[in-house]
Design a protein around this ligand. Structure first.
Ligand SMILES: [Zn+2]
Length: 591
């Protein structure tokens, strides 16, 4: 089929799509991609498909949406017709895929295909029209640059959907490799200034490509592009592909210290997915089209190991300091250890439940648990790494698992599905151990405590001090929050609104709940500083912290009997054991 996308109105959050689909006379059902790879969920934005019109040789063809499967459209192809014309618009919600100066072109939003066909078996010739003066980047190869339309080489529907484009008026392209398989970073930003990259950031990005190759030992892409969008209004994204990744952060992603640390982790995470997620994929997530439901119980590997490598790779490549790595692991360990929801559901349930996990609200998330297969997964893989290093006296590590599981020969993109048994078997090939029980105990059983053995056996202790934690500062900066999770047991928005409470700690016990808003602290109007001061002054005495709280149209006063001061997690060296965390983040390519 052919797909012609007109993105000249992208800045207005509307993109126009026209398809020609070879057909035979008789009943036909068209399907709009529903299950989106990397999102592990039926998140195809069907509500954004508007203005749908079918026709053949200029004559309209009526359609009816299926009354159960709302992503399917039925029609009847008249005798003699061999080509169906489809036209519709993709009207995205403001600030989701575009800003005024840039956009992400996600092909799955812009097409329908004959229902039931394997996406490998459909070939698509795509074309893209850009707004005047805008440039583009995509893993797709160009067949020709027409007068006002880019023509891409014909690819399978699978590859097309896996190869989005970024477009924008402020554009920059930088190579990350000088020979061999090409890696590059392509950037679109709201302003030309935002495109400026520090020399050490660029050398860190070049190093991360070397580190990933040294880690896995092979690549499963023909070339690779980081497709970066920098905007506070529609820039944000993180989505993995075989030969590219959508790496979207704020406008100050390259200049603000905290945002740059966050960007480095995003890059590490999405890049590692080319191996762990795209090439090696849980069999339940390796589906033949965009309609079959995905089964997500192995997301603690797909996302959990990637979350771990997404911290290890920036540290190995110099984008993070060793201290940044430890602060990140401390924040993760503390959050999971203080997760009250771990009392009622095992980690695997957060993975099985993925369809509801991503959109689930922040309210009660400490009790509910959200997508914990990411962070708790990363703790499990750190523990496995430290265990392999300990049992082999430092000769082997999780790197050896990755080389066996994700490496082999350089190949073009391909999918090699795996099962739980494959993970256990490969771990056993590296270091014989009862890995099945190790994983079952941490993944499939309810655990009152977080799996922090990687930290403690790796020569470090989880401690709490009044010094802010870097990773928590990043999270607060990004979501405009103030995190008192480990002291009062409450996560607040900057305006005093309660985002979440820990049911085991003092704020909840005093009466606070998500949705309420703190309007005063010890009799004075709300400010963040005032609450920090209240914690400090309550520490040496027995007077409670008094909070004036709005609950809907009612006002209440709550007394928090808390005298522990500020508490933020950090790692402290345990000299009785070797420092394996430092061994984990040692550069492989710079030996
Ligand atoms: Zn991911």
């Amino acid at each position: 089929m052919t797909l012609s996308v007109d993105a000249t109105d992208a800045a207005r959050n509307i993109v126009h799509s026209k398809l020609t689909i070879p057909v035979r006379p008789g009943p036909l059902t068209l399907f709009y991609p529903k299950w989106i790879p990397g999102e592990h969920s039926p998140t195809g934005p069907i509500n954004d498909l508007i203005g749908l019109k079918l026709s053949a040789a200029g004559k309209p063809i009526p359609w009816q949406r299926d009354d159960v499967e709302m992503f399917a459209f039925h029609c009847e192809i008249p005798p003699g017709v061999t080509t169906l014309d489809v036209a519709f618009d993709d009207a995205s919600q403001p600030e989701t895929t575009a800003s005024a100066k840039l956009a992400r072109i996600k092909w799955n939003r812009l097409l329908v295909y004959p229902r039931g066909m394997n996406s490998d078996a459909i070939s698509v010739k795509a074309a893209l029209k850009l707004p005047a003066g805008w440039q583009f980047a995509s893993a797709l190869s160009i067949a020709g640059d027409g007068k006002d339309e880019l023509q891409f080489k014909e690819v399978s529907l699978t590859e097309l959907v896996d190869s989005p484009a970024i477009i924008g008026g402020n554009f920059r392209k930088l190579p990350l490799t000088s020979s061999g398989i090409m890696n590059e970073i392509d950037i679109v930003a709201d302003t030309p200034q935002a495109l400026e990259l520090k020399p050490e950031t660029l050398s860190g990005l070049r190093a991360i490509v070397q580190e990933a190759h040294a880690l896995f030992g092979a690549r499963h892409y023909r070339s690779y592009k980081f497709l970066v969008t920098l905007s506070d209004h529609g820039g944000s994204e993180g989505l993995e592909h075989h030969e590219s990744s959508e790496d979207g952060v704020g406008e100050k992603g390259f200049s603000d210290e905290l945002e740059l640390l966050d960007f480095a982790e995003l890059i590490g995470h999405e890049y590692a997915h080319s191996w762990n997620g795209k090439y090696r994929r849980p069999s339940g997530l390796a589906t033949p089209d965009f309609e079959q439901p995905m089964r997500a119980e192995l997301l603690w590997v797909y996302e959990g190991l990637t979350q771990y490598l997404g911290k290890v790779l920036p540290a190995r490549s110099g984008l993070w300091r060793a201290e940044d790595f430890r602060e990140a692991m401390a924040a993760v360990a503390a959050e999971l250890e203080n997760q009250s929801g771990r009392q009622w559901r095992p980690l695997v349930d957060t993975a099985v439940d993925v369809q509801f996990g991503y959109p689930s609200p922040r309210a009660w998330m400490n009790y509910r648990r959200r997508v914990d297969y990411y962070d708790e997964g990363s703790l499990i893989w750190l523990e496995a790494d430290v265990l392999i290093r300990t049992r082999s006296n430092g000769k082997l590590s999780l790197d050896d698992f990755c080389r066996r599981f994700h490496g082999g020969q350089d190949t073009a993109p391909m999918v090699k599905p795996y099962t739980f048994d494959d993970v256990v078997n490969t771990l056993n090939e590296v270091t014989p151990y009862d890995w099945r029980s190790f994983l079952n105990a941490r993944v499939n059983a309810i655990n009152p405590h977080a799996p922090i053995g990687g930290i403690t056996n790796g020569g470090w202790k989880l401690v709490y001090t009044d010094k802010p934690n870097t990773e928590i500062r990043i999270a607060d900066h990004t979501r405009k929050s103030v995190d008192f999770s480990f002291s009062l047991g409450v996560l607040l928005k900057e305006d005093g609104s309660v985002m979440d409470v820990n049911p085991d700690l003092v704020a909840f016990k005093a009466g606070l709940a998500p949705g309420m808003k703190i309007v005063s602290v010890n009799g004075r109007a709300w400010s963040i500083d005032l609450l920090h001061e209240a914690l400090a002054s309550a520490k040496p005495n027995s007077a409670p912290i008094v909070l004036g709280v709005e609950n809907g149209s009612f006002n209440e006063t709550y007394k928090l009997d808390y005298h522990g001061g500020e508490r933020y997690p950090h790692l402290e060296r345990d000299e009785s054991k070797p420092d394996l965390l430092s061994a984990v983040i040692k550069s492989l390519s710079n030996k």
